[in-house]
Design a protein around this ligand. Structure first.
Ligand code: NAD
Length: 465
């Protein structure tokens, strides 16, 4: 008998959707089926696979409105859902260019041994399991999946059970392209299905919280498969005295409020040179106050609801803790309920320090705590005083000055005079390779060439002529 999970609507608070879960026993059967189909998928070569992916893209675009509507129902927001929808198309184009370079088989001669030739070939993992979160339900379910398919793997995806509505219309498009359906399947359910997927896949890609990531890594170790982990962040921004403050404030507000702060690479703490603290805060407040809550309809403003009710309480816990220790809210405030949905205003907080969870734990809301520093040394130490190492930003009068600071921050990606690398996570610039530092993740880059090659085991041949 299938399990049914009632799903909350983030705008109304009503449980208006039932997710019919897969059974744990489905997973070994499915993995065996896809493992068998993968042989053909690999044998048709890169161009054959790209042809199938392009055929699927066409069908997907024909169903654009239906998938988008379900994604909006899942998340309660519109503009970010549209960006998610568009991402599939642009990522296939970018991956096509990169994959053609990657797939040229490399052969070269060792200089010191002229009669010996070393060759190499690539061998994809057969079935990659992908487990994804709720903040970008569609694009994070595909971000690792498409490169894995391009590499020649089959993939089983388990998206978040918090936002499952988009899956049915998406799966319909996959089923309309039989060659795609042979190697790409979605399964639905909670952590039990995630655990079963890890037990039966040949590699696992996980995007989600550090806490769950740790469990996934342990389960992958038991299954003796590689785990590619993309986890949470507490991204710092440093603003020096020489920075263009108005431009910095505009970029910081965008980087902290995009998707209502429900972005792994959201700016979550700001360190500013003391002499320009007041000016920056003033500019942040002006700009943050102009970012409106998307209520009563998704296109009434930029800030959609906090999708997960538990997260709304978590944001408030961070704010309450900071306020109880002397912090001051300069604009915005607590997450509040409207018609059953939880909405967080763009909020600027001062008087903060690292004794507050607001400065140390992932908040996942549009909150900008600002703290003054006296020396660059201190700014770097504060930025690095974190168990996370996802990404960050530095604003300074010159790119060289900013770069000198950026090199010292222990994160995998730094935007200079911008927070653009953050928005690139769901947008355009996904050709840069980057690793997550510290507890923000593990293993190869999910962007750039490595997004493909990390799924391809390398085999070496020594040819004696
Ligand atoms: P989560 O860790 O609660 O859940 C993620 C997925 O893991 C869900 O599909 C869930 O069902 C599944 N899961 C839960 N327990 C499991 C288990 N024991 N074994 C296998 N699977 C299990 O994360 P979330 O709340 O959905 O997402 C928010 C988090 O994701 C934030 O921390 C955010 O920073 C992070 N995130 C990171 C990136 C990145 O690229 N680094 C991108 C988006 C989100």
């Amino acid at each position: 008998m299938s399990t049914s999970i009632p799903i909350r609507n983030p705008r109304t608070g009503q449980y208006d959707f039932n997710l019919v879960s897969n059974e744990v026993s489905d997973l070994p059967v499915l993995a065996d089926e896809l493992r068998a189909n993968q042989t053909h998928w690999e044998s048709i070569g890169l161009e054959g696979r790209l042809e199938v992916l392009n055929a699927w893209r066409k069908v997907y675009l024909e169903s654009y409105d239906e998938i988008l509507a379900s994604l909006v129902a899942d998340t309660g927001r519109l503009a970010e859902s549209q960006k998610e929808m568009q991402r599939l198309s642009s990522s296939i184009d970018k991956l096509t260019i990169m994959a053609r370079e990657v797939f040229q088989e490399r052969a070269f001669h060792l200089r010191s041994m002229k009669s010996v030739e070393i060759r190499g070939s690539y061998h994809p993992f057969q079935v990659v399991g992908v487990i994804s979160p709720w903040n970008f339900p569609l694009s994070s379910s595909l971000l690792d999946t498409i490169p894995a398919l391009v590499a020649g793997c089959a993939a089983i995806v388990k998206p978040s059970e918090i936002t499952p509505r988009f899956v049915k219309p998406l799966v319909k498009t996959i089923q309309r392209v039989p060659e795609m359906n042979a190697v790409l399947r979605y399964v639905q359910g909670d952590k039990a299905i995630g655990e079963a997927l890890i037990a039966h896949a040949d590699a696992v890609c996980f995007t989600g919280s550090v806490q769950t990531g740790q469990k996934v890594a342990e389960a992958a170790a038991r299954a003796f498969i590689p785990a590619f982990l993309e986890l949470g962040g507490k991204d710092p921004a440093i603003v020096t005295e020489s920075a263009h403050l108005d431009a910095a404030a505009a970029s910081l507000v965008a980087g902290a409020t995009s998707n209502a702060g429900q972005v792994c690479v959201s700016i979550e703490r700001i360190y500013v040179a003391r002499p320009v603290m007041d000016k920056l805060v003033q500019s942040l407040v002006e700009k943050a106050s102009a970012v409106k809550i998307a209520y009563p309809t998704p296109d009434d403003g930029a800030l959609g609801p906090i999708i997960l009710e538990r997260q709304a309480h978590e944001i408030n816990r961070h704010l309450e803790d900071a306020l109880s220790k002397g912090a001051k809210i300069q604009c915005g405030g607590m997450v509040e309920q409207r018609d059953g949905g939880w909405y967080a205003p763009a909020t600027v907080v001062t008087g903060v320090d690292h004794s507050m969870v607001l400065m140390t734990e992932e908040t996942f809301g549009p909150i900008m705590p600002v703290m003054a520093y006296d020396t660059v040394e201190e700014a770097v130490a504060l930025a690095n005083d974190s168990s996370y190492g996802l990404s960050g930003a530095v604003f300074a009068g010159s790119a060289d000055e900013a770069m000198a600071i950026a090199r010292r921050i222990q994160v995998g990606a730094v935007s200079i005079n911008s927070t653009g690398l953050g928005t690139a996570a769901i947008g355009e610039g996904d050709i840069h390779e980057k690793n997550s530092f510290k507890r923000s993740g593990l293993a190869g880059s999910r962007l750039g060439y490595d997004s493909i090659t990390r799924f391809m085991r390398k085999k070496a041949y020594l040819v004696q002529h």
